[in-house]
Design a protein around this ligand. Structure first.
Ligand code: AMP
Ligand code: GLY
Length: 429
């Protein structure tokens, strides 16, 4: 069994790790991969965005399965290009990836399908967007419709902030083409959940819900980042809530995509807000989330390879089920100095010895010319600890992440704090 993984972050390392657990004889090829992935297989120095290069690589290596990690190659049509040359691929077509790559498309699809989500108005000129912001009133959310590397959403607490966000997108072109169409969106209040489902387009296998931590600092303070940690499971995500999300979010969305001529297969990620009126969709992503994947996969006791292959080769998911450990996982991201504004690259890293129940996934590392492990991206590692309680998993994850040494490293030590507060509250009640 040969699997090509496209991407080179913590998510891809975790995917490759799990597939290797499922089938130890598996041959992993990663493009571009990273030094962590290199311990599991062969890395090919090729950008995940190099569509022609990846297709040529796949034609040469003839993998049984290609798993595409990031959204950009999916939005650029990599899955379509691979299918055209007969290579089994886990990941949606370019058309179906619009559920993430165009927030305006996703919003109108949800509206037509009756999927619960915030009200929004699509605008392409600043005066109309400013009028819409005033109609909603502050707080209000301004979103670039296109892919903006996680930076295109601005939650504005005043109309002046909304005006500035609108001007930055529609007048000053700060986000380029991604921000030439914006959504002015009603503000929602509640806890957020990341709920992933593996799907062949009709059958949905929901995974364990996780909660991401986007702010840089403890207590959810500081600037927004790509994600400083995640934990799973989340007690808010009851069986009833997941069943409700399948019925009212995933299935109608998949039906609507099929009806729009863009059937979706792959991983559909629903970012949900648990509002007083029930769960509403904040956003969809067309791929595994990062860092949630690094928290979720170590808790998956059944095979990941089987459902991914079933989706990729078209045999479908009917009759398949996922089995989860009863343990808790906490993933602490270790970020480089200056992250998120100006991440410092090239700092030498000292890694402590491996430990049981701790997974150190490489997210932004590289070898320098001298063969030393150095920082190469904003988020450098995702360190997952598995334990029977959330408190212990948090402690162990923070401790193990703290034991990684490089200059100016940044990490949070409170991943999962909302859940711990909830359980403390429940004990008090
Ligand atoms: P997105 O990239 O769409 O997930 O948005 C990034 C973050 O912005 C989300 O995780 C939420 O915390 C926040 N956000 C997005 N839309 C809304 C909304 N309508 N109301 C409140 N917060 C939002
Ligand atoms: N954890 C957020 C994302 O993957 O988009």
């Amino acid at each position: 069994m040969r699997v090509l993984i496209v991407g080179g972050g913590g998510r891809e390392h975790a995917l490759a790790w799990k597939l290797t657990q499922d089938q130890p004889s598996i041959e992993i090829i990663a493009a571009p991969g990273n030094p962590g992935l290199a311990t599991l297989g062969r890395c090919v120095a090729m950008s995940a965005d190099d569509i022609l290069g990846i297709v040529a690589l796949a034609m040469q290596e003839k993998p049984n399965l290609v798993v595409i990690g990031p959204e950009a190659p999916l939005a650029a049509g990599l899955a379509d290009a691979l299918r055209t040359v007969g290579i089994p691929v886990f990941g949606p077509s370019r058309g179906a990836a619009r559920i993430e790559s165009s927030k305006a498309f996703a919003k109108s699809l949800m509206r037509e399908a009756g999927v619960p989500t915030a009200r929004a108005i699509r605008c392409i000129d600043a005066p109309a967007a400013k009028r819409a912001a005033r109609d909603f009133g502050a707080p209000v959310v301004i979103k670039a419709s296109g892919l903006a590397a996680g930076k295109g959403v601005i939650v504005c607490s005043t109309i002046a902030e909304a005006d500035a966000a609108i001007d930055s997108m529609l007048r000053d072109d700060t986000f380029g083409a991604a921000g030439r169409e914006v959504l002015v969106e009603e503000f929602m209040e509640g806890e957020e959940l990341s709920l992933f489902a593996i799907t062949d387009g009709t059958t949905v296998l929901p995974m364990l819900a996780a909660q991401d931590h986007k702010r840089l600092l403890d207590g959810d303070m500081g600037p927004n980042t790509g994600g400083m940690g995640a934990y799973a499971p989340v007690s808010l995500s009851s069986d009833a809530l997941v069943a409700d999300a399948v019925e009212r979010v995933f299935l109608p969305t998949l039906d609507a995509l099929r009806a729009a001529g863009a059937p979706f297969s792959g991983l559909l990620y629903a970012g949900l807000m648990l509002t007083a009126q029930g769960p509403k969709v904040v956003e969809f992503n067309c791929r595994f989330g990062d860092p949630e994947t690094e928290a979720i996969l170590p808790l998956l006791e059944s095979s990941l390879l089987e459902p991914l292959l079933a989706v990729a080769n078209g045999s479908g998911l009917a009759g398949q089920a996922l089995k989860w450990s009863s343990n808790h996982a906490v993933t602490t991201v270790v970020a480089t100095a200056g992250y998120p504004d100006s991440p410092r690259k090239g700092s030498r890293i000292e890694l402590p010895p491996r430990e049981p129940n701790v997974h150190v996934f490489h997210a932004g590392t590289a070898f320098n010319a001298a063969g030393e492990l150095v920082t190469a991206g904003g988020r450098v590692f995702a360190v997952t600890a598995i334990a029977p309680s959330l408190a212990e998993a948090q402690r162990e994850s923070a401790r193990a992440a703290g034991a990684i040494d490089f200059e100016g490293k940044q990490l949070r030590r409170d991943i999962g704090w909302r859940e711990l507060e909830r359980s403390a509250g429940a004990t008090r009640d």
